[in-house]
Design a protein around this ligand. Structure first.
Ligand code: SAM
Length: 280
């Protein structure tokens, strides 16, 4: 009979945030595949669990997944854990899940902590529609492109961030998404847990003034036209704003670009709107 693959969620900080079922699974499987054996050993020691650990991380995922699949084929049970939270959420496990399905093994989730869900529920922002974007790219140009892509998604946006990038990312979010409400949740479930709420502009100021440490989730309000300084309304149309800028001596191309930014539009969207307003 083919074995079972368990995807076991572990704590994101506080060691007590683990289910009875997760502990029972970690005790009884034939092998636990984990990102960092020393890290997971601490969790096992805390709960007096003795079991075999093998490393399974981004750098050996393909080869190790094949070995784990061979074990499943011989009827052995395998648990996958990550350093924190739920495996597969910005962590390895995709390859072994794929292989397990190919060989007909059962794949069973053992639910528990996920950092972005906990950040979301303390953010104070709507939770009815949510877009989780994983980590924002580390390169500024790619980050800007990504933010442009997600700008108009009608959902609360959630991203993982690192302490050394948060200030720059907040600045880029302000520039591309407009001055939305946001929250930075830091060190959730740990000693220095805090959630800082404010507008993106407030948060840029806060993080510029004080370098930060620890693990971070960024939560941002969903797209609304009112996130931008100017709104398309009868008394302030895009065309009128372009006209104003031109009267101030700005050339048409630059005026279109500037007005587009003020209205929270891309240049091509602004161009289309101006053309349709001319046609009326
Ligand atoms: N698998 C994990 C999960 O279920 O959330 C995510 C792993 S990802 C490699 C690590 C990122 O998750 C961190 O850089 C941070 O953005 C976020 N994170 C993990 N633990 C956190 C915590 N205690 N507080 C805030 N963010 C956390």
């Amino acid at each position: 009979m083919i074995g079972t693959l368990y995807l076991v969620a572990t704590p994101i900080g506080n060691l007590q945030d683990i289910s009875f079922r997760a502990l029972e699974t970690l005790k009884t499987v034939d092998v636990i595949a984990c990102e960092d054996t020393r890290h997971t050993q601490k969790l096992l020691n805390h709960y007096s669990i003795k079991n075999r650990l093998v490393s399974y991380h981004a750098h050996n995922e393909t080869q190790r997944a094949a070995e784990l699949a061979e074990m499943l084929k011989t009827g052995k049970s395998v648990a996958v854990v990550s350093d924190a939270g739920t495996p597969a959420i910005c962590d390895p496990s995709f390859r072994i899940v794929e292989l397990a399905q190919e060989i007909g093994a059962r794949v069973v989730p053992i639910p528990g902590a996920v950092a972005f869900v906990n950040a979301l529920i303390v953010s104070g922002l709507p939770t009815d529609s949510v877009f989780f974007g994983g980590f924002l790219p580390s390169k500024k140009s790619e980050r800007i492109c990504r933010l442009e892509e997600v700008k108009e998604i009608p959902a609360t946006l959630v991203f993982y961030e690192t302490p050394h990038r948060i200030e720059k990312s907040l600045g880029d979010c302000l520039e591309i998404l407009g001055n939305r409400k946001a929250a930075v949740a830091r060190e959730l479930t740990k000693l220095h847990e805090e959630t800082i709420r404010g507008s993106l502009q407030d948060l840029v100021g806060i993080f510029a003034a004080k370098p930060t440490k620890g693990e971070i989730v960024l939560v941002i309000e969903q797209f609304r036209v009112s996130n931008f300084k100017f709104q398309i309304s009868d008394d302030q149309t895009l065309t009128a704003r372009i006209g104003e800028l031109e009267k101030e001596g700005v050339d048409h191309k630059t005026a279109l670009k500037k007005a587009a930014k003020e209205f929270g539009l891309s240049k091509s969207e602004a161009y289309r709107i101006v053309q349709s307003q001319k046609a009326k």
